[in-house]
Design a protein around this ligand. Sequence first.
Ligand code: SF4
Length: 284
Amino acid sequence: MNHYALPDGNVQIAFSGGRTSGYMLHQILAANGGLPERAVVTFQNTGREMPQTLDFVQEVGHRWGVRVTWLEYRATAPFFEIVNHNSADRTGAPFEALIRKRKFLPNQQARFCSTELKVRTAKRWLRSLGWDRWTNCVGIRADEPHRLNKPPPRDRWVVWTPLATAGVSRHDVAEFWRAQPFDLRLPNVRGNCWLGNCDGCFLKSEAHVAALVRDFPDRAAWWERMEALATELSNAAGMTPGRGAWFSKRYTRAELREFIARQGDWAFETEGALCQASEGDCTG
Ligand code: SF4
């Protein structure tokens, strides 16, 4: 049985710009001898991906001869724009536009960023192609059961997770990329690419968010600025800034930066000082 044989009908292959969905795309291309017109590959750029991720998406498309459609959220109709490696935003503008529209921040309980910036942005583009119903192929591995056992979406698509059906684990993905002539140029720490997806995503462990502050202060500053913006937007609307003005209920990004400035390397050398379970991957 070929786990990667395309199902009937239109298929959207969601490429997140990570190694796992890159591997999945490779297996699908190999199993089907390329892609028919009814199958498309999408990459939704939030503007907070590391430049290495954007380069990787470009290189995958180029080396494997597959068209990847780059999409970005827009706050006004038609609410998406097709971009490319050159024109893709690298400042967080699509994400900021969404925050300005909603006037509060996403967090672990309200992940509207992945819904809007990724899922609905792709949906809007596919609808513009005239697609009515389709299969959404998502890179969830067999060793991620917490991401697998979700109720099916009540929307226009059904979810297809060939990596899970094929029993693929993070070790298989790592082994595949070790054998390739190119790779995502971001560090892989114990199977976790902590700089993948949005750089300061609130789903990442506190240790990883803290490491961003230490290693990439300019990138971390964007997240702090968004917390200030959400506070401003709440005040302007006559509301007291509350939970919607912070990405985490445990700390503000400014507090984290100040804590790190005071504590120096202690926070990084002491195991568990800032750690919590990481769920880091954005399924959009
Ligand atoms: S990576 Fe995190 S911050 Fe970015 S869209 Fe996904 S959930 Fe939101």
